[in-house]
Design a protein around this ligand. Structure first.
Ligand SMILES: [Zn+2]
Length: 161
């Protein structure tokens, strides 16, 4: 196994990842185990790179397009009030988006997303497994729906392989 945490996630079979949502052309989509912000999701580059500038132009466009594609799916699934997109890589230096749905009644509404909210505000609701799996199934359905995919070339790429 690689020493890169995110590379290991990308290389594992989907069946080994309980929070797996979907594989797109250039990224793997998994639910973030921390669901304080309901629907929070990772979009992880399948290629190891630490900066967007390390991707070829076509790879970067594809990766960003897929991030937007997943964000749109989250908007369809959750009754969110705002979407936050972050690409940090300080702890896990491998390109991965944090897609963070925000809600007017979330504990940090009006402030930047807290990346590790459980450290500052423990909540039992983030550990509700059945809610997680319900979310995964809904997001997967939207990503696979032709009406949603029609807007995004990445779906065509994904289905060719
Ligand atoms: Zn990596």
């Amino acid at each position: 196994m690689s020493e890169c945490f995110m590379c290991n996630i990308v290389k594992k079979p989907a069946s080994a990842l309980p929070l797996f949502i979907s594989d797109l052309a250039s990224s793997r989509v998994i639910l973030n185990p921390n669901q304080l912000f309901k629907g929070r999701t990772f979009v992880i580059s399948k290629k190891h790179a630490t900066e967007l500038s390390q991707l070829r132009d076509d790879e970067r466009r594809q990766f960003i397009e897929e991030m937007a594609y997943v964000a749109e799916a989250l908007e369809k699934v959750f009754n969110l009030d705002k979407k936050n997109y972050t690409l940090l890589g300080n702890v896990a230096p491998h390109l991965h988006w944090h897609l963070i749905p925000r809600y007017k009644d979330d504990p940090y509404w009006g402030a930047p997303s807290i990346i590790n909210p459980e450290r500052s505000s423990p909540t039992k609701s983030t550990r509700n497994a059945s809610k997680r799996f319900n979310a995964i199934s809904k997001i997967t359905d939207v990503l696979a729906s032709p009406v949603h995919a029609w807007h995004y070339a990445c779906y065509e790429d994904r289905t060719e392989g």
